[in-house]
Design a protein around this ligand. Structure first.
Ligand code: MTE
Ligand code: MO
Length: 259
């Protein structure tokens, strides 16, 4: 099966929201600079979030597919190869020196190598990735359960969100704004929320986020941060970059982004 355009339930429910998001991606970013447009997106989002929770709670299992359904070609989107010199050096050595820093509001901050992450309780799933741009691909993902990592770092009671900081940026790195995302802490404990290091039974390739990327199967593609560098537990994401909880969210996209 190759990737195909499909209308998800979410898009069916909030067609206008998705259409406006798609318009943003195709270059109508003048809209995102107006004051009313991002606000309109977030009010539609609140409604969408409520509808989503009524129909399928976020912790429900994502739909799973078979090996035969796996897309022959999985689209790589956004960054395909970070041009960050620090990342390039790490990649030349097959990420042997890469460490995932996990800190913020935790009892036990850690720096973990890939070998250590591979020892955490793992989960494998064949799922469909839906991008807000309107394409979908099916892939097989294996990774450490984010909940298992949380059990290692032990979040403090004040921690409400998990922020993912990445090596890449979609604007020149000199502006100092890297790709980032955030999720509610509860989402870490769904068994299908994983830090993937394998895709289709192979070591995760660079175009798909090597050495480690988030898979959050009930959410749109942009939530699934690739090229992870650091994970931070916070009480609020108000003070991080634009204060909306993600690179695309700072440009008008919905934070929850459920499908
Ligand atoms: N670090 C980082 N993560 C990212 C992006 C990106 O550009 N940089 N793009 C997002 C978007 S919009 C999508 S659809 C998916 C694409 O994942 P893929 O390249 O594996 O298809 O990654 C998401 N995570
Ligand atoms: Mo996307």
């Amino acid at each position: 099966m190759t990737c195909r355009i499909s209308i998800s339930r979410r898009r069916f429910l909030t067609g206008s929201l998705a259409a406006s998001s798609a318009a943003l991606l195709t270059g109508c970013d003048a809209l995102s600079r107006t004051e009313w447009f991002p606000r309109m997106l977030s009010s539609a989002e609140t409604l969408n979030q409520r509808l989503d929770h009524l129909i399928t709670p976020a912790h429900a299992k994502p739909r799973e597919f078979t090996e035969a359904d796996i897309s022959k070609h999985f689209k790589s989107n956004g960054t395909h190869h970070p041009d960050n010199p620090e990342y390039l050096v790490l990649s030349l050595n097959n990420f042997a020196d890469w460490r995932l820093q996990v800190g913020g509001l935790v009892e036990n901050p850690v720096k973990l190598s890939l070998a250590q992450i591979r020892k955490l309780s793992a989960h494998t799933q064949i799922t469909r990735h839906d991008c807000v741009e309107g394409w979908s691909c099916i892939g097989k993902w294996k990774g450490a359960k984010l909940g298992a990592l949380m059990n290692v770092v032990r979040p403090l009671p004040k921690a409400r969100y998990i922020v993912f900081h990445c090596y890449d940026s979609l604007i020149p790195l000199r502006y100092g704004q890297y790709y980032y995302e955030s999720i509610p802490i509860e989402a870490a404990y769904y068994p299908h929320t994983i830090l993937a290091y394998e895709m289709n039974d192979k070591v995760l390739p660079i175009p798909y986020g090597a050495p480690l990327r988030l898979r959050l199967e009930r959410q749109l593609g942009y939530k699934m941060a690739k090229y992870l560098k650091r994970i931070e537990l916070v009480e609020s994401y108000d003070d991080i970059y634009g204060g909306n909880g993600g690179y695309w969210e700072d440009r008008g996209y919905a934070w929850y982004a459920g499908i």
